[in-house]
Ligand binder design. Sequence first.
Ligand SMILES: C[C@](O)(CO)[C@H](O)COP(=O)(O)OP(=O)(O)OC[C@H]1O[C@@H](n2ccc(N)nc2=O)[C@H](O)[C@@H]1O
Ligand SMILES: Nc1ncnc2c1ncn2[C@@H]1O[C@H](COP(=O)(O)OP(=O)(O)OP(=O)(O)O)[C@@H](O)[C@H]1O
Length: 322
Amino acid sequence: MSPTFTASAPAKVNLLLRCGQPDEKGYHQLFTVFHSLNLRETVSLTPREDGKITVTNQPADPSQSAITCPPELDELPAEKHLAVRAVKLIQDTYGIKTGADLVVTKAVPVAGGMAGGSADAAAALWAAKHAFGLSVPKVELLPLARQLGADVPACLLGEILLGTGYGDHLKLLGPVPQRYWVMATNQTGLSTPLVFQQADRHPEQLAAELPTELSEAELKLLQGTDSSDTWTDFLELLENDLTLPALELRPDLAAPLAGVNALKDVDQQPLTRAILSGSGPTLAAPALDLPSAQKIAQTFQTYPGIERCYILQGPVPGAQLH
Ligand SMILES: C[C@](O)(CO)[C@H](O)COP(=O)(O)OP(=O)(O)OC[C@H]1O[C@@H](n2ccc(N)nc2=O)[C@H](O)[C@@H]1O
Ligand SMILES: Nc1ncnc2c1ncn2[C@@H]1O[C@H](COP(=O)(O)OP(=O)(O)OP(=O)(O)O)[C@@H](O)[C@H]1O
């Protein structure tokens, strides 16, 4: 019997997302900071002789199956599944004749703006590299990751990264302190292409030009130790240009954003800043400590439509073999 190779890759939140104008392909230039989170997708790969690739999805937590493994994922044709596409790309690139039976254990909500599908692709690339005995370093897989989706390179590398180009050209920004992030998922998903299309209706609000580097001051805030003195400045770093278009499509997200943004600490300073995660509808808010994270989660959960709050931490490593 063939041995099974298991790899995992993390979800992400975009701590900063500035969106530029679309190009002729309709893709947008981005200036973004990816922050990986300790919620991981897992892909197990068992080689098969006949070259075929099959996939089975299963929820990481069966009691949450409605959120993490909706029926539409099983209805997705196998050739469109990002883990299958990743293994196919490895076969085609390296002339591999071996196939694979994949079991994808989903922990990250689908279509939530946390790059769940991209994490599957990254984990599948890493599992396939090991299963097929390829001695290529991670950086050599980045061009393949880019072909699979704009978020896939960030899931492959994990940690904290500056993303430019389509968000798929990356530079490591660490080390940074471990931070808590409260991620409030939604009962209804939101399509990434639709959010970008909505953004195109207001071209005047998209940056004409984007920076290529973070400023010294921004980097210092990201990398510095958090304290109640620096927290408000750190919060001011957080922004997401996709918020407005996402709110136009999903006005229900405005109330939980405003509710959490109104929370204050004992000194009457903002407790956090709630932002849209990627293209949404998941909302994200960092916390200075666990009690603050719990308070933020409780507040999010008072709003209809919020499905579940995850209290996560990061940054974490990218794709790993188990
Ligand atoms: C919103 C983010 O999650 C932020 O990290 C990403 O930009 C989206 O990454 P992703 O879902 O991996 O994106 P892809 O699968 O490559 O593309 C999905 C759709 O998003 C839009 N898209 C994506 C990336 C980008 N730089 N510009 C875009 O306009 C395109 O309409 C594309 O058809
Ligand atoms: N392995 C996969 N897991 C989830 N969705 C997948 C997968 N493969 C393909 N898809 C398709 O991609 C769509 C978006 O899925 P995903 O969960 O990655 O969204 P997302 O978290 O919003 O992504 P991102 O943050 O990268 O924009 C799904 O609706 C589904 O049709």
